[in-house]
Design a protein around this ligand. Structure first.
Ligand SMILES: *Cc1c(COP(=O)(O)O)cnc(C)c1O
Length: 463
């Protein structure tokens, strides 16, 4: 499998190089040069398979010759062996048509573990035998950071620098990052928003000297391998609900457009997806883009669903490029200059064939948490509640099951859950004494120079 950049001028790369690079050298994102196709029979053959076996079948076309099937299976067994449920991503039924797909049974209690536990192992595998160190730089609105740090802490040959917006992540999210004291883990609290932090990370990657000198690599969802790992659970869930004979709809609480883009990939591969409902909070750039073609960034409003407090959705570029049938370099350059752009008619029409979108207010989010508790005895987190609110309001055929992706464990956002429902979810025992452990992090002003200097002082340059 070869991968090409959404901006058309970076070299084509194989899976290994795409995984280690993260961002393409022309500032674009890597996507497969063509989509693998699963026939009706291929999907039929997934029935009854374990999560790991499903993962091997779904991902093998993407990893190609860079990983043997036996190696892929071994990595999946190791990654998903760390989940607390044998099903890895169990489905829970809420009423006659609504289901939750619980993606939060990994070590850091959010869906990011599904991809990052595997990505950490892929890095290790692909770096074995290489003497060049790798420097992972990322920005997090909370959950990517903790999942990435858990996945690479103490691993040989890798340093990780994780930027989070100071005071804008939950206590559990912060502690899951800052209590990891392994010497290769560097936590930075930035004075600013997630978008500010992400813009700095992008600027570091676009600085060719810096990025080559420290061999920068990304674990944000701009990394293709993460999206690939997320495609698996769309197949796993749909097959359990009767696919390929049965169409299934998915509602996805969305920030960086990574998780829902994985659903789009599943549909491209042949999974019968009735609709993908993109659920945003009041930071609704994606809802505006999909409903009216207006992709323009406003200022971020902090909410009780901080992992979705995003105005610039990196992975949207992958959709725009797929719908445009090639490079979107010009369109993205325009957006980067003015922070606004319009979708073309072809992009709008293409997106409308499979996506719906909705914007959920804080009151509607709270109402969804209360509904799940009262009607289905399920305590759900604010992000999942945004998905569920959009799922229940979506205009979908009555005979189609609707799966809401439950992206975080409710205890990760216990204050917001308690405010809405009066119930305070307890942290699962597997996270242990999180609130008693020592924290370590540095606070930096939100300027590129401060971050660049900080990393340059601590990262290991190429020899
Ligand atoms: C990251 C995250 C999201 C948003 O996912 P994207 O892939 O960025 O769209 C939603 N909910 C939770 C809990 C998250 O951690």
């Amino acid at each position: 499998m070869r991968y090409q950049s959404t901006r058309g001028s970076a070299p084509l790369l194989g899976f290994r190089d795409v995984t280690l690079a993260g961002l393409a050298s022309d500032g674009g994102l890597y996507v497969p040069a063509e989509w693998p196709r699963f026939s009706h029979e291929d999907i039929e053959a997934l029935k009854g398979l374990s999560y790991v076996e499903t993962a091997v079948r779904v991902m093998a076309p993407f990893t190609g010759d860079d990983l043997s099937e036996a190696d892929l299976r071994a990595l999946c067994e190791q990654a998903y062996g760390r989940f607390s449920q044998a099903a890895v991503t169990p489905l829970v039924q809420l009423d006659h048509r609504h289901f939750l797909l619980e993606l939060f049974h990994g070590p850091t209690l959010a869906f990011k573990d599904v991809a990052l536990q595997l990505l950490g192992l892929l890095f290790e595998k692909f770096l074995t035998g290489s003497s060049e160190p790798l420097t992972i730089v990322g920005a997090t609105s909370g959950d990517t950071g903790s999942a990435a740090i858990d996945a690479v802490a103490g691993r040989h040959g890798v340093d990780i620098f994780m930027l989070h917006p100071k005071g804008r992540v939950s206590d559990v999210q912060r502690r899951q990052m800052t209590t990891v004291l392994a010497p290769n883990v560097h936590n930075i609290a930035i004075e600013g928003s997630f978008d500010d932090a992400q813009a700095m990370v992008k600027a570091l990657f676009n600085d060719a000297d810096f990025s080559t000198r420290f061999r920068l690599s990304a674990v944000n969802s701009i990394n293709w391998a993460r999206l690939m790992a997320q495609v698996v659970y769309y197949f796993y869930a749909a097959v359990r609900l009767g696919s390929p004979a049965q169409k299934v709809a998915f509602a996805v609480p969305t920030g960086n457009f990574g998780d829902v883009f994985a659903g789009y990939v599943a549909a491209k591969m042949g999974l019968p997806v009735e609709r993908l409902v993109v659920a945003t909070n009041v930071n609704d750039i994606l809802h505006r883009a999909l409903s009216s073609g207006d992709y323009s960034a406003g200022t971020v409003t902090p909410t009780a669903a901080p992992s979705m407090d995003i105005q610039v959705s990196s992975n949207f570029e992958r959709l725009l490029s797929d719908l445009a049938g090639g490079s979107v370099a010009e369109q993205m350059a325009g957006f980067e200059a003015s922070k606004a752009m319009r979708l073309t008619n072809a992009q709008r029409e293409g997106a409308a064939k499979i996506f719906a979108s909705d914007r959920i207010t804080p009151e509607e989010m709270n109402e969804a948490m209360r509904w799940a508790a009262a009607e289905a005895a399920q305590v759900i987190d604010p992000h999942s509640a945004i998905g569920l609110a959009a799922a229940r309001r979506a205009d979908l055929p009555a005979d189609v099951p609707v799966v809401t992706l439950a992206t975080a464990h409710p205890a990760k956002f216990a204050d917001a859950v308690e405010r809405a429902t009066g119930m305070r979810p307890a942290l699962p025992t597997r996270v242990g004494d999180l609130f008693d452990r020592q924290e370590r992090y540095d606070v930096l002003p939100g300027t590129l120079d401060a971050v660049r200097d900080y990393i340059a002082e601590r990262a290991k340059p190429r020899t």
